[in-house]
Write a protein that binds this ligand. Sequence first.
Ligand SMILES: [Zn+2]
Ligand SMILES: [Zn+2]
Length: 174
Amino acid sequence: MIDKFDGAARKIDKIICEVGFSALQAMFNSETKSPDRIAFEDQAGAAQAQMETMFRALPAAGSVISRETEWGHHPEWARLGLLRSHLRWVQGESRLCSHKPQAARPQPVAAFAWKPNFVACARCSHRATPPAGSVEHYTCDACGKVGEDMVTDSALFLGPFMYTFGCCGTCAYW
Ligand SMILES: [Zn+2]
Ligand SMILES: [Zn+2]
C-alpha cells in the first residue's frame, strides 16, 4: 500500500541525510531566506510546504535524534515511518487521542508503526501498545514477519515526536 506521504517523506529524508537535521532546522527557523534555504526549497519541490510546517512544529530545544546517533544510522524503514507519521500529523490527517495534540502547540507525542494513522499525547501513549497476544504484538515492523522472537520495542525520536516500533531479532539494529 502506497502512503500518500511517502514521496514527501523520502525527499525530507534525503535532505536530512545530506544536510543534517540541525542545519536544516536552523534554516527554517531563521526569518531571512539564505541562499542555502532557497536551494533547499528548490530541491524539495512539492514537499516544501509540508516540510515547512513540519520543521516549524519542532522546538529548537527538542532537536534531538534518539540515541545521539546520526539520522542516517537508523534504517530507512524507521526513518521513513517516522517522517510519514509526522507529515500526516502536521497536515491534520491523523486520528488523535482525546487530548488532540496539535503540531502548532509542540508537546511530546507518540506515533506507532503498528498504527500508522494515530498520534497520542504522552499521557495516552501507553494505551496504543498492541494487546499482548495480538498479531500486531508479534509482527516485525521492519520485515513484516510474524513470530515469537520479537525484540523489545524501541523508538526513534525527532524532537518531541516519538515513533515506536518492534522488530524481530534479525531486523533489530539497536
Ligand atoms: Zn491524550
Ligand atoms: Zn524483521
